[in-house]
Design a protein around this ligand. Structure first.
Ligand SMILES: Cc1cc2nc3c(=O)[nH]c(=O)nc-3n(C[C@H](O)[C@H](O)[C@H](O)COP(=O)(O)O)c2cc1C
Ligand code: SF4
Length: 522
């Protein structure tokens, strides 16, 4: 019987030579007369060990990593096809790796284990169980289960998903839509991509259940064009789902209908904002719409629309299979369930860590991060993407919970965590935040469009020592105007990283001035 060898096909692994390694393994097996079956799985999110190759043995799967193409011959020589642990890249059983063992994987339970486009693999690990159960229920019963789960939107705003679904459910019967926000533009985030590349049927199942819940018959996944691998895998998975009756006019013979398509967006950050996304999906420029009306009432083409993040929709199959309460049993306070944290930036062990809400940032980093990649002390951590605050060490004991973060004027957002060592200049980071807003603003309102440009100018003056006190006051005023006067969170949140950088790292102002060549008045 063929020996199953797994080489991931996700973006991270491919960027590290995954295809070369796969080809080298096939060629080496052929030349040695070994009968192998190569399976292109997704990543388990242990990115610092990618490319991680796995072999199925009588004792279960064993892993090797990070593998390079030049390691392949040595792996065969030392008997990796039988799970030998004599090679220096041997990692033992993947599920025993502390990085994976210490996690609480609900959404990412199948990631890296299955072939992402195999319906049989998906079903073998509880796939489509949630859909089967949902088909027995009324729309209202599905919405109720999501409410019980306490699921809040994972795209940033943490709005209760069940309430959003209720709004769409309660709209009169008409054309309704399910739109998946797969624009994932936050710095250091990759959880959405991992879902789509490692377990796309989970997203397809979640969207189909959402359709059944609210009476929507058409779904769209709005995907950024910078995710071509996810695009291909999603298209393959959707075609397989249609062929097997999990999508289309007669879902599993129940007479209900749900169609699904992937649409590529050009990867503008603002096209992740839900109303701008809808404009883009309608073929227009990604400009933010005034709210109200909410998209739940007048969304895509003016029709009631659920817009949910990939992770929100991907949590639904578990909720429907195991019950809302099973999901709600994880977490703390009003933050129920799990959040896939994404560890990135200057860190030794970058990757995805799914845990129930509640551990502190320091615990997460100590348990999983392995220190900075540079070996230097950690100085600042930005949580929640480019609009999230920079946290100094005094705040690293804050529990990872929406409310606890709000209490320190920070956000959890999409769970992206970016680490900086002590060489970072926080005034430069503050400048970068304003510059990012200039680049990415949709331009519809003045505080954001003009404010960000003025923000860069004022920060430049502060960094070069020009009227520092007065310019700091001016910057504070400008931030206040952006927070309270902007139409959407792009302009409204850009001040968070700026204010936190100046508030928590004031010593960097003096350092920047000292390093400046254009200091005038101190
Ligand atoms: C500037 C900006 C960018 C955003 N980018 C994303 C994104 O990439 N993905 C996402 O799901 N939500 C993003 N959001 C949040 C969405 O507007 C919206 O709240 C979310 O898609 C709703 O889904 P959820 O309730 O499942 O979180 C962004 C919001 C803003 C203001
Ligand atoms: S805050 Fe910025 S991105 Fe949002 S509507 Fe105004 S100009 Fe557009």
């Amino acid at each position: 019987m063929s020996i199953k060898v797994y080489v991931p096909r996700d973006t991270t692994t491919l960027s590290l030579g995954g295809n070369h390694i796969a080809a080298a393994i096939v060629a080496e097996a052929e030349s040695r007369g070994e009968d192998i079956q190569l399976i292109r799985n997704g990543s388990r999110g242990v990115f610092w060990l990618e490319p991680m190759v796995e072999v199925e043995t009588d004792q279960g799967r064993v892993a090797y990593g990070p593998v390079e193409a030049r390691d392949v011959t040595g792996l065969f020589d030392t008997g990796f096809l039988t799970g030998s642990e004599s090679h220096k890249l041997s990692l033992g059983k993947p599920e025993e790796l502390p990085y994976l063992k210490k996690q609480q994987r609900l959404t990412f339970a199948r990631a890296g284990i299955i072939d992402p486009v195999s319906i049989d693999d998906y079903k073998a690990l509880d796939g489509f169980k949630g859909l089967a159960r949902s088909l027995q229920l009324t729309g209202q019963e599905i919405v109720d289960a999501v409410k019980v789960s306490g699921l809040r939107g994972r795209g940033g705003a943490a709005f209760p998903t069940g309430i959003k679904w209720q709004t769409v459910h309660d709209c009169p019967p008409d054309q309704k839509y399910i739109v998946c926000n797969a624009d994932e533009g936050d710095s250091g985030t990759f959880a959405d991509r991992m879902v789509m590349e490692a377990d796309p049927f989970m997203l397809i199942e979640g969207m189909t259940i959402a359709g059944l819940a609210v009476g929507a018959t058409q779904g769209y996944i709005y995907l950024r064009s910078e995710y071509p691998v996810a695009f291909d895998i999603l298209k393959e998975a959707i075609a397989n789902a249609y062929a097997a009756g999990y999508l289309g006019d007669d879902l599993l013979g129940c007479g209900k209908k749900f169609d699904l398509e992937v649409r590529l967006g050009a990867a503008a950050y603002i096209c992740g904002e839900e109303t701008s996304l809808l404009e883009s999906l309608e073929g227009k420029r990604g400009l933010v719409r005034f709210k109200p009306p909410l998209p739940a009432i007048e969304g895509l083409f003016g029709k009631p629309t659920i817009v949910n993040n990939v992770l929100s929709l991907a949590a639904v199959p578990y909720i429907m299979a195991e019950g809302g309460q099973a999901y709600a049993n994880y977490g703390m306070g009003r933050s129920r369930g799990t959040l896939p944290f994404q560890l990135a930036g200057n860190v030794q062990q970058g990757g995805l860590i799914e845990l129930a809400f509640g551990p502190t940032l320091r615990q997460l980093i100590d348990d999983f991060g392995g220190g900075t990649a540079s070996g230097r002390p950690m100085k600042a951590i930005q949580v929640g993407g480019p609009l999230g605050a920079y946290l100094p060490e005094s705040q690293w004991d804050t529990p990872l919970d929406y409310e606890a973060f709000a209490a320190i004027e920070a956000v959890l957002g999409h769970g992206g965590i970016v680490i900086f060592d002590d060489t970072v200049d926080m005034t430069e980071q503050a400048r970068f935040s304003m510059e990012f807003c200039i680049e990415e603003s949709c331009g519809k309102c003045t505080p954001c469009r003009i404010g960000s440009t003025r923000g860069v100018e004022v920060i430049d003056k502060i960094r070069s020592g020009v009227n520092v006190g007065a310019n700091l006051t001016l910057l504070e005023d400008l931030c206040d105007t952006m927070i309270h006067g902007s139409l959407c969170a792009m302009g409204g949140m850009t001040p968070f990283p700026v204010q936190s950088a100046f508030k928590h790292f004031p010593e960097d102002i003096d350092n920047a001035i000292a390093n400046s060549t254009s200091a005038e008045v101190h």
